[in-house]
Design a protein around this ligand. Structure first.
Ligand code: KG4
Ligand code: ZN
Length: 330
C-alpha cells in the first residue's frame, strides 16, 4: 500500500518540499531553499522576485524527490494565507503531481501548519492547549482545546516578526531582521534606554506594534550617526518592549484562562528572549511550555505534510479543477 505524502510550501520566501509516511509520521525526504539573501537588499520580500525564484527552486527540489513518486498516496500544498504569486507556484506543481500520479490533492492552511510544528513526529494532543503564533505576517493567540483553532487575540497592525524586520531596516541591517536584532541586542552594554509598552491601558488582549516601531524611528532620527553600541542599545530596548508587550497581554489571558500546555510557533517563535519570558510565565501558572523545534519555526514543508496527514485520514481532499488559492481558512 502506498503510504507516503508529499507536501509543498511556497507561501512567502521559502521553497520547501517534505515527504512523510502517513502511518508512522516519519520524514523520508525534506528540503528547503530560502530566498532570504535575494530579498535582503530590499528590506523585505519582493513578490515578483519570490515568484520567479520559487519556480526554479521547486523544480530543483522536486527532481530530487522523484525516487519517492511511486510510493506517494497524496500531495498537499499550502493554499492560504500568503503571497498569491508565491502560493500559485506551489499550487500549480501540486496539481500537476496530483494529475500525473493520479493521487488525491490536499489544500492546507499555513497557520494550522505552524501549529502542527509542535507535533511533527508524534500524534497531536490539543486538549488544554493554547498557542502563540508569531511570524512575519501574523501574531495571534489561538485556543486549540476544542480540537479546532479559535483565535483569542491578534495584532491590530504590524506583526511581531514584521516589527523586527522594520527595526532592522531602520538600523540599516538586512532582511529578515529577527535574528539580526536578537544578536545585536545581545551586544548591548548600557541598558538605560526603554520604550513605552503598547496598549498598556487598554483591556483588550490584542497586540499593536506600529506605535513601538515609531518610537524606534523617532529615537533613530534624534540620534544622528549612530555607532554600533547605540544601535545595540536600541535593538535591546526594542526587543525588551516587543517581548514584554506579548507577555503583558498573555499574563492577562492566563489570569482568566487556564491552559494545561502552551505552545510557541512561527518564525519569530525562535526568539530566545521571548522563549525565556514565556518559560517564566508558564512556570508561574503551572502550564507546560511546548516549543516548535528551532529549525522548524520558520516556514517549512514538514509542518504542512504533518497537517495534511490528518486531512488525508479524514479524506479532506481538494478538487483539482478549483482555483484553490486562499481556499482553506483557519
Ligand atoms: O514563519 P516565518 O518563517 O514566515 C512567515 O510565515 O511570516 O516567519 C518569518 C519571521 C520574520 O519576520 C523574521 O524576522 C522572524 O520571523 N524571526 C524572528 C527571529 N527569527 C525569525 N523574529 C524575532 N526573533 C528571532 N530570533
Ligand atoms: Zn509562516
Amino acid at each position: 500500500m502506498k503510504s507516503l505524502l508529499l507536501a509543498i510550501e511556497s507561501s512567502c520566501d521559502d521553497s520547501s518540499i517534505a515527504i512523510i509516511c502517513t502511518k508512522s509520521l516519519k520524514c523520508v525526504f525534506y528540503q528547503k531553499i530560502s530566498q532570504e539573501s535575494e530579498h535582503s537588499g530590499f528590506g523585505g520580500v519582493v513578490p515578483e522576485l519570490a515568484s520567479r525564484l520559487h519556480t526554479k527552486a521547486l523544480c530543483d527540489i522536486c527532481a530530487k524527490a522523484k525516487p519517492f513518486f511511486s510510493q506517494l498516496c497524496a500531495v498537499a500544498v499550502t493554499t492560504t494565507p500568503g503571497l498569491s504569486v508565491s502560493l500559485l507556484g506551489g499550487i500549480t506543481l501540486a496539481k500537476t503531481l496530483s494529475s500525473e500520479l493520479k493521487i488525491p490533492l490536499i489544500s492546507t492552511n499555513h497557520l494550522l501548519g505552524h501549529i502542527y510544528s509542535l507535533f511533527l513526529d508524534k500524534s497531536h494532543d490539543f486538549s488544554g492547549l493554547g498557542v502563540l503564533l508569531v511570524s512575519g505576517g501574523h501574531t495571534m493567540v489561538i485556543d486549540m482545546d476544542e480540537g479546532h483553532p479559535k483565535v483569542l487575540s491578534s495584532t491590530l497592525d504590524d506583526s511581531f516578526g514584521e516589527s523586527f524586520d522594520k527595526v532592522a531596516k531602520m538600523l540599516g541591517m538586512g532582511y529578515p531582521g529577527g535574528l539580526l536584532i536578537q544578536n545585536l541586542a545581545l551586544k548591548a552594554k548600557a541598558k538605560n534606554l526603554s520604550f513605552t509598552l503598547p496598549m498598556q491601558r487598554s483591556k483588550s488582549l490584542d497586540y499593536s506594534f506600529s506605535g513601538l516601531k515609531n518610537q524606534v524611528r523617532l529615537k533613530i532620527l534624534q540620534t544622528p550617526d549612530l555607532d554600533e553600541e547605540q544601535k545595540a542599545e536600541i535593538a535591546y530596548a526594542f526587543e525588551e518592549a516587543a517581548t514584554n508587550h506579548i507577555l503583558d497581554k498573555l499574563k492577562r489571558l492566563f489570569a482568566k484562562r487556564r491552559f494545561a500546555s502552551f505552545g510557541v510557533v512561527g518564525g519569530a517563535g525562535a526568539n530566545l528572549c521571548l522563549r525565556q519570558k514565556l518559560a517564566l510565565l508558564c512556570k508561574a501558572y503551572d502550564t507546560r511550555l511546548v516549543c516548535a523545534p528551532l529549525e522548524f519555526c520558520s516556514d517549512n514543508a514538514l509542518m504542512i505534510a504533518r497537517t495534511a496527514c490528518e486531512q488525508y485520514k479524514q479524506k479532506d481532499f481538494a478538487d483539482i479543477k478549483e482555483e484553490l488559492l486562499f481556499s482553506k481558512p483557519l
